[in-house]
Design a protein around this ligand. Sequence first.
Ligand code: 7RM
Length: 635
Amino acid sequence: MSNYHIKHLEEYYQVYRKSVINPENFWQEVAEEHFVWRKRWDSVLEWDFTKPEINWFKGAKLNITENCLDRHLLTRGDKTAILFEPNNPEEEAQHISYKELYEKVNAFANVLKSQGIKKGDRVCIYLPMIPELAMAVLACARIGAIHSVVFAGFSATALATRINDSDCKMVLTADGSFRGAKTIDLKGIVDEALNDCSCVENVLVVKRINSDITMQKGRDQWLQPLLDKASTVCEPEIMDAEDPLFILYTSGSTGMPKGMVHTTAGYMVYTAYTFKNVFQYKENDVYWCTADIGWITGHSYIVYGPLANGATTLMFEGVPSYPDYGRFWEIIEKHKVNQFYTAPTAIRALAKEKLDYVESHDLSSLKVLGSVGEPINEEAWHWYNDNIGKKKSPIIDTWWQTETGGIMISPVPYATPTKPTYATLPLPGIQPVLMDENGNEINGNQVDGRLCIKFPWPSIARTIWGNHKRYKETYFSAFENKYFTGDGALRDEVGYYRITGRVDDVIIVSGHNLGTAPIEDAINEHPAVAESAIVGFPHDIKGSALYGYVILKETGESRNHDNLRKEINQIITEHIGPIAKLDKIQFTVGLPKTRSGKIMRRILRKIAGNDISNLGDTSTLLNPEVVQEIIENKL
Ligand code: 7RM
């Protein structure tokens, strides 16, 4: 029996049982296979969820890029590591071999060093989906700098918040980015953000769109001339197993985004292990994940997991609708993609278009179809299965989080029978439990509850940057001695899990987690706005869309409401980014509140979702009369 290459259900159960009976033995075995360690660990696991403190492979020394690059040079030097497909289909794809990637990452690492970046420094990466983004991430890891990738669709304010929170010394960006027929002025956004960031000393700029940008003297430099001068050899910084590898921000239900901290050894072992099992990657396969590296899915399953396995990972710069809605299918045909990993929101958007876009392409190379980011609804599941997989490629609905670092609940293709809308079974090493509201574990099957994990796994985030207290409160306080995911789930008669969605105030729009609080904060900055509340409501394509209830000040009442709506969305775009724009804005005179002053979002959610038959008990409200008013004016 091998821990990898699980081939049938019986084998899955054997491996799973082994991983639960003796987790340390199990992960030790996995860590002993396939990795380069500069020093072996002293202990596999030390943990205490009450503090919380978690150490995996303590005492071990390694560099993750040695595992992702150097190790493959002998056997896979000429194999394509990164297959880059540009936004414009007329531009040629790039096949970057392991050898070339190794050299470019080393040169990049030497440039970072020459600019004064040292082990432990934070480097903010704000780049489009071009090879330099993956190289930037790896260059940081090469020298032990902590990367903080910020999705290049975020606004200047959102970028500044993240740069300041982790005190980044450097920003890596581009002159601009291509997105379908549009270009985005990334450098302009960085310039604006840096007006509020005194911690940043240097900005290195990749030339991508050849736009006219201003370079601030003493701060900004083009990257290429520096790379040209740099040596292509850079000795890897030898890291402790628990040294931070990166910070990645994720929205919480309140306040600032949370800078989740992932450390080196456990993250490497878990992402490599799950990549291999969940995608059943074989040596000459071409694997494509459509996520942006700005999200955890891109970190774990475009960069680290695939490269640790010596895989060919495709990076796509563009969007699914450009030059037309056949682009994804064209790319699959062109590069003979074997594993395809995307999000339900993309599937729903493409399913709306003519089937011609799909049928005019040869998709016979596909073997595994992944889904991630939000619950995949039944209709989208079947469309994906029937039209893309032709009922031959299993659909792998992978549930996980920024905080978990890697895939947690997912079928193993060709071993676990799939079931529409079910993420199915926990991967080896993962021990999910369902909890009731009183903090008791719910046993048995055909039950639903709050999804927790009762035992650590190697890639769990270790803390929130600069705020360990918040880490403890958010994830380890709701249920004693358990990691709380924030999601609800049900378990069916055979033990399969179906994730039903967030039980907190995070709304997932097109696979992006959005906290209600930062959006409300942005809206409330409008001079005519008194107060606001945001809820999600079901949306065909985005999964959930945002519905805003806004109370205007007297000065706002007399103004044109459509203009106000535009201005509110403008403010949101500036503060957070266009992904957080509201689909509907209803002006109201009041919001339903509890006596302690908390907005009753449950009621607002039901109204926005046209589900007013059972609003529950409204008698405890401070102002029950406003509910009727809101219903009458619903958009
Ligand atoms: C990987 C990622 C995490 C939240 C998570 C869930 C939701 C993600 C699924 C899913 C149902 C899935 N990280 N979620 N995958 N819900 N089925 N397969 O998305 O930090 O950005 O989001 O996303 O609510 O808690 S994330």
